[in-house]
Unconditional design. Structure first.
Length: 202
């Protein structure tokens, strides 16, 4: 899936063992180098999940501030970037809970910034723009499942819910996105017809 690849690729940039060892020793230079390598991927994921630029920056800042201590839990059984991606996803859910957005029926006004998130190609921006009408919880489930590849079991654990809850949220969200997409296409067709009729004259 093109959107999934665009978001995930940066997380799978390799981290050299010598840099990882330096990070574990708490060397500031290593911390700065890891931040430079992964911070954009972390921000892009965060802004898609939380739907707010400032909240996404808070998530990224918190994740990287805690990284020197958290890296002690990295066992190396998965790529470092994949492990870091999970830290960011967990941070996003924590941020949504902290701001009490998970149960909101309408997204924050700043969700409009999602469509213009850095690093998106024009076609991808159009797809992400459809997310603006979703409630934060629905958007988080969709992004983590369809883009980040989380299973329903993983989502259930992340949100403290059941797998059937995750599947139900995803199904309703996909239906709503399809309705939005169909409505946009219909409106565009009507506008084309009006322009054509106007240019045709009497």
């Amino acid at each position: 899936m093109e959107l999934r690849a665009a978001v995930q690729d940066a997380f799978f940039l390799p981290l050299e063992p010598v840099l990882l060892d330096a990070l574990r020793r708490g060397e500031r230079g290593a911390h700065a180098a890891v931040f430079e390598r992964y911070q954009r991927a972390a921000y892009n994921l965060a802004v898609r999940v939380v739907g707010d630029a400032m909240a996404a920056e808070d998530v990224v800042q918190d994740v990287f501030l805690r990284l020197p201590q958290a890296v002690a839990r990295f066992r190396g059984d998965a790529p470092f970037g994949a492990w870091l991606r999970r830290l960011v996803a967990n941070g996003c859910i924590d941020e949504l809970r902290r701001r009490q957005w998970l149960d909101r029926e309408t997204p924050p006004e700043a969700l409009a910034e999602v469509a213009g998130a850095r690093g998106l190609a024009e076609a991808q921006a159009e797809a992400w723009a459809l997310l603006r009408g979703l409630a934060p919880r629905a958007r988080a489930v969709l992004v983590l499942h369809a883009v980040e590849g989380y299973t329903h079991a993983e989502l259930a654990a992340l949100f403290g819910q059941s797998e059937s809850w995750s599947k139900s949220i995803l199904a309703r969200t996909l239906r709503r996105l399809q309705q939005q997409a169909d409505g946009g296409a219909a409106n565009a067709g009507e506008e084309d017809e009006r322009r054509h009729a106007g240019s045709a004259g009497p």
